[in-house]
Design a protein. Structure first.
Length: 320
């Protein structure tokens, strides 16, 4: 078995790399190196310098437990202060002696015959280690500028946090038969038997197709919107609209693409006539509406970051 250059190689000299080095020291492991593509400790706080940069959770929660700082200048410390904090922490721990800066790891490969990891460093000799700890942050390859692809990805990641599980209907499907009332179950039966499930199906109860608005009876509205035809230019797409999800539908009024229906009762009546050729009685309508309200799930909760106030010198946003 080949003797490696180091017992442990830590990739990244941000907060995670500092913490990893400290924990190794506590366990008496001194044969390690911290490989960093930048020129210093600090990670994102070293690399970012935009106006108003600050941590988005209270500084006392963000700091490293083994180096508490009682002297933060404010609750949400600014970026330069955090950078100095991590520099000071690394210095106190003697980690600068372990730092191999300006060393970007471009490949990690396990050499089974030698029993070591081989780290390929851009423009520098390889490093071998028995163990590798990756302490690379999630945004090490941040783009130099904001573009529409990045914005789209960010919005998509945020939307993943908006799932609303555990509706009463979900509980009923999982076997809790007392989760729905008799009228709500009757409404679900009407919903299925009337044909609503042709479009409103799947885990989101819709949202997976485009359909014509006004199959049996034309939809009359003052809105100029004509659906997908505005995008495709195909007459066949005229009045084709995205079928909405019915999850949390009681909370998403007004209804339809033009907001013409103010209540679920009105929306159910309109869709029954236009899409199904069916006129629901008031009693049937009420049961369908009762069912739709069982699709309301647990609403997401998340803390909004408190941003520093703008000043006259704050750069203004520029549209795409």
């Amino acid at each position: 078995m080949t003797r490696p250059d180091f017992e442990v190689a830590i990739i990244g000299a941000g907060p995670g790399g500092i913490a990893a080095g400290h924990l190794l020291q506590r366990r008496g492991i001194e044969d390690f190196v911290i490989v960093e593509r930048g020129d210093d400790f600090g990670g994102t706080w070293r690399d970012n310098h935009y106006p108003g940069l600050a941590v988005d959770i209270p500084s006392l929660w963000y700091q490293l437990s083994f180096n508490p700082n009682p002297d933060w200048s404010r609750l949400f410390a600014p970026g330069p202060e955090l950078y100095r904090y991590f520099q000071d922490t690394a210095s106190k721990l003697g980690l600068y002696d372990r730092l191999q800066a300006n060393s970007e790891v471009i490949r990690q490969q396990w050499d089974d015959s030698a029993g070591v990891w081989r780290l390929t460093i851009r423009g520098r000799p390889d490093i071998t280690a028995r163990f590798v700890i990756s302490s690379v942050g999630g945004y090490v390859n941040a783009k130099d500028k904001i573009d529409i692809d990045g914005v789209t990805s960010a919005i998509a990641e945020f939307e993943k946090t908006l799932v609303t599980p555990n509706s009463r209907f979900d509980q009923w499907l999982l076997g809790r038969k007392d989760a729905l009332t008799a009228d709500e179950v009757a409404g679900y039966t009407l919903f299925k038997d009337s044909g609503c499930v042709a479009c409103h199906n799947g885990p989101a109860v819709g949202g997976a197709s485009f359909q014509k608005m006004g199959v049996v009876e034309a939809y009359k509205a003052s809105s100029p919107a004509e659906g997908r035809v505005a995008v495709t230019g195909k007459d066949a797409d005229r009045f084709n609209f995205k079928v909405p999800t019915l999850r949390n539908v009681e909370l998403t009024y007004p209804y339809f693409h033009d907001g013409a229906a103010n209540t679920l009762t009105e929306a159910v009546d309109t869709m029954g006539r236009l899409q199904l050729g069916k006129k629901f009685t008031p009693e049937e309508n009420a049961k369908v509406v009762a069912f739709l309200k069982t699709l309301t799930g647990d609403q997401p909760t998340f803390a909004l970051p408190i941003l520093p106030p703008s000043t006259d010198a704050t750069p203004r946003p520029k549209p795409f």
